[in-house]
Design a binder for this molecule. Structure first.
Ligand code: SF4
Length: 349
């Protein structure tokens, strides 16, 4: 069986090359070629001697997911449907989305195939959990679009762990992938530009706060009281708002950092001025920023909020000094906006 190299840390590569009887510095060379240069084939790694490349072809692998569909949006976004088949893992499909914009590109990646959390506004939830992704499968979703768009990359890359899955329920592989993304000798993305979004897994939030190297944290809030949140996000029964907000208040933010709260505005459900006022009270002791995401009409039984409601919600938060943004959906025409990943293909297959 070939040894999978994608997803291995510097130390793991070092141990592997020691086993091969190769000098230690070879691990640094392949780490650089793979993650920094995004050279995804041994043949192209010109910093390695030909003999070693031939040996790696025989004994090791860089397994990339198969792109089974590629949808291009008019706004330049690309949605990738990926078939994962790492050695020893159950086959599964996930999605990643590449979104170029002025001065940067944002890549939204998945951390699990399907998801067990069961948020009622999310299509992925309907799949249930298929399986956790490996660190290599998570990283591949970053490396593939970056390699594909190599010629026209903007200076800044943002990564959002906001696709399929709850990242904090696949903690180790997610963090192994994030460490390589954030390593300046690895993929080299700034910690300010990698965001992990959670439905509110309190023990995971506490654990993340203890990490030396970590992404920014975003909380998918979506409700202003427990009753509403229990109905929309059943995970709230396990980690109710008081517990979640307390974990947020205690979260050790870096000087430059805010906690980002995502709030999907569902017409007539959680978009009333009273909801906005309750959100203000909830976040009173948190250094927070809020992203309002007006619901995208789709296959689920929710409706878009009235534009006046969105404006009023925005106004109430802003008036209380909370930085608040309304997020416009990118790639809407290819179903690549938040909460829209996944189901179309799976249902059709
Ligand atoms: S919103 Fe996120 S956590 Fe909730 S079901 Fe969907 S993928 Fe899972």
């Amino acid at each position: 069986m070939k040894t999978e190299l994608l997803g291995k840390s510097k130390e793991e590569l070092k141990a592997y090359f020691a086993e091969l009887g190769e000098p230690g510095y070879r691990s640094g060379q392949i780490y650089h070629a793979l993650y920094r240069e995004r050279n995804l084939e041994f043949a192209g790694m010109s910093n390695l001697p030909a003999e070693l490349r031939a040996r790696l072809e025989e004994e090791a692998a860089i397994t990339l997911p198969e792109v089974t569909r590629r949808y291009e949006s008019k706004d330049g976004s690309v949605r990738y449907l990926l078939k994962l088949a790492a050695e020893g893992q159950r086959p599964a499909s996930v999605e990643a989305v590449y979104m170029p914009s002025e001065g940067r590109q944002t890549i939204c990646i998945s951390t699990q195939a399907g998801c067990a959390v069961d948020c009622k506004f999310c299509l992925t939830a309907q799949l249930g959990l298929v399986r956790n992704l490996t660190a290599g499968e998570i990283l591949a979703q970053v490396l593939l679009p970056l390699a594909e768009h190599r010629e026209k990359l903007a200076p800044q890359t943002n990564i959002v762990l906001m696709g399929q899955g709850e990242p904090l329920l696949n903690y180790e592989p997610v963090m192994a992938a994030v460490r390589i993304m954030l390593d300046q000798k690895g993929v080299g993305i700034s910690p300010r530009h990698v965001s992990l979004s959670t439905s509110g897994i309190v023990p995971g939030i506490e654990r993340l706060g203890q990490e030396k190297v970590r992404p920014r944290l975003a909380i998918s809030l979506n409700a202003s009281n427990d009753e509403q949140r229990n109905a929309l996000m059943p995970i709230n029964r396990k980690y109710p708002l008081a517990m979640l907000i307390e974990a947020c208040e205690k979260y050790p933010l870096r000087r430059w950092e805010h906690l980002m709260f995502e709030y999907v505005l569902l017409g007539g459900v959680n978009d009333a001025p009273e909801d906005a006022r309750r959100v203000v009270r909830l976040l009173a002791k948190v250094k927070a920023k809020v992203n309002l995401i007006p619901w995208n009409p789709g296959q689920l039984p929710f409706r878009e909020p009235e534009p006046e409601r969105v404006q009023e919600f925005h106004r109430i938060l802003l008036a209380k000094g909370i930085p608040v943004f309304v997020r416009t959906s990118r790639g809407r025409d290819v179903m690549a906006a938040c909460g829209q990943l996944a189901l179309v293909e799976v249902k059709g297959s």
